[in-house]
Ligand binder design. Structure first.
Ligand code: ADP
Ligand code: MG
Length: 654
């Protein structure tokens, strides 16, 4: 028996083209064969009870064997050639054994129930796959494009290019990730955010492919091609994750092999020992076969993956991408959450608040112009803010050469013939020496600003003060994180201690570590983990990537996050909603609890039935029903985590 992983489906075309679908019951071959086996069994039983000649109902039962048993039997034989013992094969052997001692009705019943549980398992896997693929179905196939003269044409959504203009009428699905350039409406974004209330959208707002337009009409400009859209990215990552196996599962599969071999040995003993002690052959054989069936670890094998896959699919629908089953399993073990500051707890779109020149050579505009020119190639949020401020003042930026960036420190470049540096006071000011620049920096930091120094030819020539806004949900997310973990959250930032403490106080974090370079963030995470914590590190920037890599679980903010960070992270919060982080950790915990419950259910059934068979007389049909029943219960139990209610409950921290 092989635990389900989601097979890659090569038939899935690019986002936006898949018609909505849900796997039909009879589309699954396992279900067709199981139904056929059931029909043959029922007719055979009727014939047997009606007293028709024995040859006829035997033939019907044997046909039932073939319908329900050929597939697992064949797969089992193939596995045997690769020297692995498949428990499916043991089931078929047991059924054949039953027939050989004249118990063909019991054997056929075993085949029917066995085929039915296999069919249910296939259905469960297909449903999980559907829910992943359903993400792609969200985006509509076509879009209404408007050209320069205002003419409307219907085009395939997959052909839309960045910059195309679209109209979306009331009630239509939005065909691409885009910005509103006209009109206004309320948009139901539940498909990707899970948020049930529609969100008002007006000029300048972002909308996402697959969300549903409300009562207004919208004019949009496309921001991303179909394959780069948020839904497409979610679907790809979730599908990749679904193909991985969790640690528990790998362990179980390793143990399963030895267990199966041991089980066969015990089965032989159960058969031979009573026989030698004088039991009749028939009785000994029946007991041994019942033993083999009820001791098979089918339910154990099915305990782990369905809950984790379901949790991955569910989190994916709510904008949190866990990159593998291992990650989904690990997230729940988090005992402490570490947050980066800029771009993670704050929006990461700071604004220039003040300019202080320290040198008569530069006036405000000149200072800003040079600083912005040097920052222009940088991806850092502070750099973007400085460039925006310069543009807002209508300053033109000279070209730069020899640009270098040092993550967590700052940048430098040759602007014209001047060597300009922009970066943190800790890097660019030798020491707090009571100089004019140190005093200016301290005064600004005391007011909660992030101060950056501008240098010319290594000499400080000015200070820029920037302020960033907290994300709206930051405090709520920190509170939830604190409630979820025994040790409170910790703030790890490269920014100065004064600003860091002010912000920490606003969101309710007491453990603050400021002034950290990227390698210091790594050190801080390692030290916390050496003290026994399992850290989930949340960050956005290149400077966070190394810390994300060493943390127990690295979580990247997807909206603002750099590519490197997205690649390094174990999980990505696509919609930049911080509260999704405690929720997904809680969902993972629930998944782990379901796995544990499944393992207990499976072990209990096996234990009780085995003892019953060995110590008393367990009728074969009852053994079959108990064994297959527990397999089905375990399989369906895992799929509960697929429901939207599972995410909502995790969000309530229940
Ligand atoms: P955080 O850890 O809060 O996300 P970073 O590690 O990215 O912050 O940056 C730490 C500090 O380094 C910033 O507060 C700033 O002083 C300085 N810095 C980093 N990159 C730049 C840049 N491109 N321009 C100016 N200052 C920078
Ligand atoms: Mg950051």
């Amino acid at each position: 028996m092989v635990a389900p992983t989601l097979a890659p489906d090569r038939s899935v075309p690019a986002a936006g083209r898949v018609p909505a679908r849900r796997t039909k019951l009879f589309a699954l071959p396992e279900i067709r064969w199981a139904v056929l086996a059931l029909v043959l069994f029922t007719v055979g039983l009727a014939a047997q009870l009606a007293g028709v000649p024995q040859g006829i109902w035997w033939a019907l039962y044997l046909a039932c064997y073939a319908a329900g048993g050929w597939e697992p039997g064949l797969a089992g034989l193939q596995a045997l050639r690769e020297k692995t013992l498949d428990v499916d094969l043991l089931m078929v052997v047991a059924a054949i054994g039953a027939a050989s001692i004249g118990q063909i009705t019991d054997g056929a019943l075993l085949i029917v129930i066995f085929a039915t549980s296999g069919a249910l398992e296939a259905l469960a896997t297909a449903r999980t796959e559907d829910s992943v693929r359903g993400l792609l179905d969200l985006a509509p196939d076509t879009a209404t494009r408007i050209d320069a003269v205002g003419k409307e044409t219907t085009v395939p959504a997959a052909d839309l290019g960045v910059g195309d203009e679209l109209v979306v009428r009331p009630g239509e699905r939005i065909p691409a990730d885009a910005t509103v350039i006209g009109g206004g409406s309320e948009v139901d974004q539940a498909t990707i955010t899970g948020e049930p209330l529609p969100v008002d959208k007006a000029r300048g707002d972002e909308v996402f492919a697959g969300t549903i337009n409300g009562t207004g009409a919208l004019r949009l400009r496309v921001d991303r091609r179909a394959e780069d859209s948020v839904v497409a990215r979610i679907a790809t990552l979730v599908e990749q994750a679904s193909r991985t196996k969790a640690r528990t599962q790998l362990f179980i599969e390793k143990v399963e092999q030895r267990y199966s071999v041991g089980m066969v040995a015990v089965t032989l003993a159960v058969f031979l020992v009573p026989l030698l002690l004088g039991d009749p052959l028939q009785r000994a054989l029946l007991r041994a076969m019942t033993f083999m069936i009820v001791a098979s670890p089918c339910a154990v094998v099915l305990a782990t993956m369905p809950p984790l896959l379901a949790a991955i699919a569910n989190a994916g629908r709510h904008g949190v991408l866990a990159k593998s089953a291992v990650v989904m399993e690990q997230l729940g073990a988090t005992t402490r959450i570490a947050f980066d500051k800029t771009g993670t707890l704050t929006r990461g779109t700071p604004e220039l608040a003040e300019i202080r020149t320290l040198d008569t050579q530069f006036d405000d505009d000149e200072l800003l112009r040079y600083a912005a020119a040097a920052e222009h190639p940088s991806e850092h949020p502070l750099a973007a803010a400085i460039v925006r401020a310069a543009r807002a003042r209508g300053l033109d930026l000279p070209a730069v050469e020899e640009f270098t960036a040092q993550p967590g420190r700052g940048v430098s470049a040759l602007v014209g013939d001047r060597f300009i540096g922009v970066g943190s006071p800790a890097t660019l000011l030798p020491a707090a020496d009571g100089s004019a620049e140190s005093a200016a920096v301290e005064a600004l930091q005391a007011r909660g600003y992030t101060a950056v120094i501008v240098t010319c030819e290594q000499r400080p020539v000015g200070v820029l003060a920037l302020s960033d806004q907290l994300r709206g949900e930051a405090a709520a997310a920190v509170t939830a994180a604190a409630a979820l973990t025994s040790a409170g959250p910790v703030l790890l930032t490269g920014d100065n201690p004064a600003t860091a403490h002010r912000l920490a106080e606003q969101v309710g974090i007491t453990d603050v570590r400021a002034g950290l370079l990227p390698e210091d963030k790594v050190g801080a995470v390692q030290q916390l983990q050496a003290d026994g914590a399992k850290i989930a590190m949340v960050g956005d920037g290149i400077n966070d990537a190394p810390a994300l890599a060493v943390a127990h679980a690295g979580i990247a903010m997807g909206g603002a996050g750099s590519d490197l960070t997205l690649q390094t992270a174990d999980a990505v919060v696509v919609r930049d909603d911080l509260t999704a982080i405690p929720t997904v950790i809680n969902l993972s915990r629930r998944a782990r609890r379901v796995v544990m419950a499944n393992l207990i259910i499976a072990a209990t059934f096996i234990g009780v039935l085995v003892i019953w068979d060995l110590a008393g007389t367990l009728p074969l049909p009852l053994g079959v029903a108990g064994h297959e029943g527990s397999t089905v219960i375990v399989g369906l139990n895992g799929l509960r985590l697929l429901r939207a209610a599972a995410w909502r409950r995790a969000a309530r921290l229940g």
